[in-house]
Design a protein around this ligand. Structure first.
Ligand SMILES: [Zn+2]
Length: 342
């Protein structure tokens, strides 16, 4: 698969970056997707040098000016129609990738690094737009984003992965060589409604407008006839949309979590659509369509009374592929310990 100009990756922790095979890292994994976004910490000297040699990155001074400009741009309000409530008013500058995800990927004050096929830029400010009014921004925060950011894996200021700990308090209700499904209905700290709200919020935001990356290329997801029911659900005007099913996966092993993220993306499958998004430690998969298979419907963390959350080696490996194999997850040798059925 040749590298396309629209490929995008963000990464950079010095220790992990040394292992990057650059050709691999910029290769789109799914043919239908034309972007990969990846983040980790920092910016190592080899990458800095290659970026400078390639003429793709401005000197430090120019970077500073760009960041300053973005900082001011962030403060500027704009009047227009909010994409969620459709009312006219002052619009906030919304982040497509939650700012808290960027913060979690910082290392000693260093911003994460965005890699695209054309540019390498160290930045904390990606994919912002005047999208929502203050009330709707707050709706998405309270609906799920705040909860997810609090419970995802993080290394700063302290190493923690609350959702992993909570899920492991649940009982295993299904398991095979690859995957474990946990019944989390008896774990009070787990709020699968918020996880599902966040997942739908992410794919809806990605579909609500074109988002232009550091490389100048724009990305957007299509939700088709499901865009409107999802919007109305996020607004609080309608119940959870029919024929939408949200699967949540925690990383199977707490110590090998991959610290990165990519843009919400669509995977081609027969008779339905699957969208996915990864942030540190948690993968969200949204199945949409009348053709979604029964076993996928039953794994929905929102509609199934067991509030299932899974951990899958396959899903972790898929994410590692997308994230350019930055993590040290032992890809071929890892096996589950013996399952304890509750
Ligand atoms: Zn609004």
């Amino acid at each position: 698969m040749p590298v396309t100009n629209a490929d995008l990756a963000i990464l950079g922790d010095g220790s992990e970056a040394e292992n990057i095979d650059k050709d691999q890292s910029l290769r789109p994994i799914f043919a239908s997707d034309n972007f990969v976004l990846r983040f980790t910490h920092g910016f190592d000297s080899v990458q800095r040098r290659s970026a400078l040699v390639a003429g793709n990155i401005a000197p430090i001074l120019r970077r500073g000016i760009i960041q300053l400009r973005l900082l001011f741009a962030e403060k500027i309000m704009r009047y227009g129609q909010c994409k969620l409530c459709l009312e006219d008013g002052e619009l906030q500058r919304s982040h497509l990738i939650p700012a808290g995800v960027f913060r979690s990927l910082r290392s000693e004050g260093e911003d994460p690094t965005a890699f695209t096929a054309k540019k390498i830029v160290q930045t904390s400010r990606q994919f912002q737009a005047h999208l929502l009014c203050r009330v709707c921004e707050d709706r998405l925060n309270k609906g799920g984003e705040t909860y997810v950011l609090k419970n995802m894996a993080r290394r700063v200021p302290d190493s923690a992965f609350p959702l992993f700990d909570f899920v492991n308090q649940g009982t295993i209700c299904d398991a095979d060589d690859d995957c474990r499904v946990y019944d989390t209905s008896n774990v009070p700290e787990i709020d699968t409604a918020k996880l599902a709200h966040f997942a739908l919020g992410m794919i809806w935001k990605t579909s609500a407008r074109d988002w232009v990356g550091v490389d100048g290329y724009s990305r957007r997801l299509e939700l088709g006839i499901y865009a409107e029911p999802i919007r109305r659900y996020l607004l609080g005007a309608e119940p959870f949309p029919r024929n939408c099913f949200v699967h949540v996966f925690v990383w199977p092993d707490k110590s090998s979590v991959s610290y990165g993220t990519y843009l919400p993306r669509r995977h081609p499958v027969r008779q339905s659509h699957v969208y996915s998004y990864y942030l540190p430690g948690i993968t969200f998969c949204v199945y949409v369509g009348k053709g979604v298979a029964q076993e996928q419907r039953e794994l929905c963390c929102y509609s199934n009374e067991r509030k299932p959350i899974s951990a899958s080696i396959y899903i972790a490996q898929q994410n590692l592929s997308l994230l350019g194999q930055l993590s040290n997850f032992p890809r071929n040798s890892w096996q589950w310990p013996r399952p304890q059925f509750g």
